[in-house]
Design a protein around this ligand. Structure first.
Ligand SMILES: [Zn+2]
Length: 398
């Protein structure tokens, strides 16, 4: 994770949405596409800038309609995440807005979030449902993600998170809600190709390990990928989840040393979400050093959501990872690009600048890669290419 493969005086040649070649400017200039004197070549001068693979934000919750300002204000007065949820805030507070909104309206919100992310250098986004919590509202949320993805040049990976919390109607009968997820939501999402992954919030106050396993088992039976929110608020043994070969386990603030050793032998990525720790005002941050030093593949993502991480900014996450988790700037960049792609099982197409990969590129006003994690509260991304489509500077300069 410390080897970025930096090319000084580098150049990238792209065509048809794909990377054709990468190397020094001299090497790339010798490519036959350029020496055969083509008529339609556009050259972009990146002298004095850092050119990166676009960020892969592998964990976001963009399907919601309003910020949660009451929760926010309560938290400033000292209430905990669980106290706010018990008072009717939290995830359930976003539910009404999603259930009452049209698919078009939700898609508009999602599309705005994707645009905000691209401005900050993100070109691939994993997007979860999870604020509908009924069959109809979860399907509508996934359709909104699909509609927004058709209007956006970047790449979107949709995830069904019907198992975010138990729907309020089933508070006294959570098993029935789990049954609806397993027997209605997952089969429909698979059949309509509305989701690539199924996610579950395995946590006190959300879903038990046994319920989580039922949900993931159904996902595997329907040929969907598997990922989970786990060990965010309380410790949990991971062996019962690992059996399902998750692409990623996310949060992991309370992961044990024993489970870290097990994870180091697997290709499951651990996705850390420090923006949530920051926003919740926690003193402790996810244990990046223990994980990386043990050989676990670590990714970083925003966790963009209205309750615990209202930020579309991967550069902010890089800053938090370096200052609070003692990741090096190089490790943070790898975690936000290549390892994020691995967390979505897209490393063959995304996450690095290599011939044949999608032309997902972010250009930063910085002369050294370490500046990306150094500056915070300011956007240094000047341009992005999303599958070869250039994002206009007008939007970026806002
Ligand atoms: Zn999350």
């Amino acid at each position: 994770m410390r080897d970025l493969g930096i090319i000084e005086d580098g150049a990238v040649l792209i065509s048809g949405g794909k990377i054709v070649t990468v190397g020094t400017t001299d090497e790339v200039a010798k490519h036959e596409l350029l020496t055969s004197k083509p008529s339609h070549i556009e050259e972009i001068d990146c002298r004095g800038k850092v050119v990166l693979p676009g960020f892969v934000d592998s964990h976001t919750h963009p399907v919601f309609t309003a910020p949660r300002l009451i929760d926010f204000e309560k938290r400033t007065a000292g209430a905990s995440y669980e106290e706010i949820a018990a008072a009717g805030g939290g995830i359930r507070a976003s539910l009404r807005g999603v259930r009452d909104s049209s698919r078009e309206k939700l898609a508009e919100h999602v599309r705005t979030a994707f645009d905000d992310m691209a401005v900050l250098g993100t070109t691939t986004v994993e997007a979860k449902s999870g604020y509908g919590l009924s069959f109809a509202a979860e399907m509508k949320s996934l359709e909104a993600i699909r509609e927004a993805s058709h209007q956006w040049a970047g790449t979107v990976v949709p995830t069904l998170l019907g198992a975010h919390v138990v729907a309020p109607e089933y508070r006294d009968d959570p098993e029935e809600y789990v049954r609806i997820i397993c027997e209605d939501m997952i089969p429909a999402a698979a059949k309509l190709k509305l989701a690539a992954f199924v996610d579950v919030f395995c946590e006190r106050g959300a879903f038990t390990m046994e319920q989580s396993r039922q949900i993931l088992r159904s996902a595997v039976e329907h040929n969907l990928g598997v990922r989970a929110h786990v060990c965010q608020l309380t410790p949990e043994k991971l062996t019962p989840l690992i059996e399902f070969h998750p692409a990623s386990l996310d949060h992991m603030d309370f992961v044990s040393d024993e489970d870290i050793s097990a994870l180091a032998r697997l290709d499951t990525v651990v996705t850390l979400l420090p923006a949530a720790n920051y926003f919740l005002g926690l003193k402790a941050f996810p244990p990046a050093r223990r994980l990386i030093d043990s050989g676990v593949a670590v990714a970083l993502a925003t966790d963009y959501n209205p309750g615990t991480a209202p930020t579309p900014s991967m550069p902010f996450v890089l800053s938090a990872a370096c200052t609070h988790m003692k990741m090096s700037p190089a490790e943070a960049i790898v975690a936000a690009t290549y390892n994020g792609a691995c967390a979505l099982r897209l490393q063959g197409r995304k996450g690095s600048l290599e011939p044949g990969k999608d032309a997902d590129i972010a250009i930063f006003d910085a002369s050294d890669h370490r500046e990306l994690a150094y500056w915070f509260g300011v956007n240094r991304c000047r341009e992005t290419f999303l599958n070869g489509v250039r994002q206009t500077a007008a939007r970026i300069n806002l």
